[in-house]
Design a protein around this ligand. Structure first.
Ligand code: ACO
Length: 335
């Protein structure tokens, strides 16, 4: 059996910076409230004039990752695209990337697992590589949140948290033993689906029903989050997923060289850091600059940490995420 290693990383975020103060033009909020609760100072939101979309941002990140892997678009055997904010209801973002990058007619799979989308995608890609089916898989996480957020005081509990952006990794076949992806663990608990969800338009609540009701209080087509409920589950599930990954590889928390937690809330990441007694240089956070970019968050943070020289050959890197579904998981990598 082969193993799989990350051979290229890239990310792309829109140029348009939206600070906490900028948000006050639409809603009753403050820099102080947002920073204290979440750690976020600013986020990137697509300027519609640029034409950026979920899939075009994904394609831009992918181009960087493919080049850094020393490959061309023709070397990619399969695309996995994670998002909760696709350009269209269907088809998904993977086929759009295949077209935008002028790739041959390779397979393209979309993953709908929100904040843990990139963890799920990496795990799926890992299985395809290990069995020998594919050699190089492009794994993308991308979100255009700003296109679907409610810019008003009513929506502030959710809107201030989310940002746009994309990240991509090329996962490649390797024959080096004990390196690359060591394990992945995936979980879900669907009974909490409605605690963090966007219900319509979808077949459970289609456009005609929304229009027929014409209810000014209907917010079913905006994301809903029961923040404190999600927070309480997140801190527990993050810890479990990290422990599960370590134990499966007979490793201890002291073995972690770099933890990349999904950037949901800086307070969650700090709680996990304390729990695992990790020094500041062993946890990478960038939510301060980008907000929560959902499926893109782990891969943008991983790429930035790597670009800054914080991840080196032989390091033990742990990726972990929790989010809507609920879904959560971890990936343990020997770099
Ligand atoms: N500005 C000012 N006041 C606000 C804002 C805002 N942006 N948002 C809410 N408030 C107010 C509320 O109206 C409320 O006022 P009240 O007490 O008068 O009713 C008060 O602040 C407290 O609101 P809470 O929602 O209880 O605030 P909380 O402390 O829970 O913080 C937050 C909210 C930041 C969302 C937090 O709960 C959180 O981070 N939760 C976890 C998020 C997460 O992990 N998500 C998973 C990933 S996302 C995904 O999968 C898509």
């Amino acid at each position: 059996m082969y193993s799989s290693k990350i051979s290229g990383l890239g990310y792309y975020v829109p140029e348009n910076v939206v600070t906490n103060n900028d948000l006050t033009q639409w809603m009753d909020t403050s820099d102080e409230w947002i920073q204290e609760r979440t750690g976020i100072k600013e986020r990137r939101w697509i300027d519609p004039k640029t034409g950026d979309t979920t899939s075009s941002m994904g394609a831009k990140a992918a181009t960087i990752a493919i080049e850094r892997a020393g490959l061309t678009n023709n070397d990619i055997d399969f695309i996995i695209f994670a998002t909760l904010s696709p350009d269209m209801y269907f088809p998904g973002g993977g086929v759009r990337v295949q077209d935008l990058l002028g790739m041959p007619t390779i397979g393209a799979l979309d993953i709908r697992n929100q904040c843990s989308g990139f963890i799920y995608s990496l795990s799926v890609a890992d299985q395809f590589i290990k069995t020998g089916m594919y050699k190089n898989i492009l794994v993308i996480g991308s979100e255009n949140h700003s296109g679907g957020l409610e810019r008003s005081t009513r929506g502030r509990g959710v809107t201030v948290i989310f940002g746009d952006g994309a990240g991509a990794a090329v996962l490649s076949r390797s024959e080096e033993k004990g390196k690359g992806i060591l394990s992945s663990h995936l979980h879900s608990e669907g009974k909490h689906a409605k605690e963090l969800a966007l219900e319509g338009p979808a077949t459970g609540r289609w456009v005609d029903a929304i229009m027929k009701d014409n209810d000014p209080d209907d917010v079913s087509y905006y994301p809903y989050m029961n923040g404190q409920f999600v927070f309480k589950h997140a801190v527990v599930r993050f810890s479990e997923a990290i422990m599960e990954g370590l134990e499966a590889n007979k490793l201890k928390k002291e073995d972690i060289d770099m933890l990349i937690p999904h950037q949901a809330n800086l307070r969650i990441a700090q709680f996990i850091q304390k729990k695992f007694q990790l020094s500041d240089d062993k946890v990478y956070n960038n939510i301060q600059k980008y907000g929560n970019t959902t499926a893109a968050s782990v891969i943008i943070a991983l790429t930035e940490a790597w670009e800054k020289g914080k991840i080196n050959d032989g390091d033990l890197v742990v990726l972990a995420a929790f989010g809507s579904g609920f879904t959560w998981g971890s990936v343990v990598i020997k770099w």
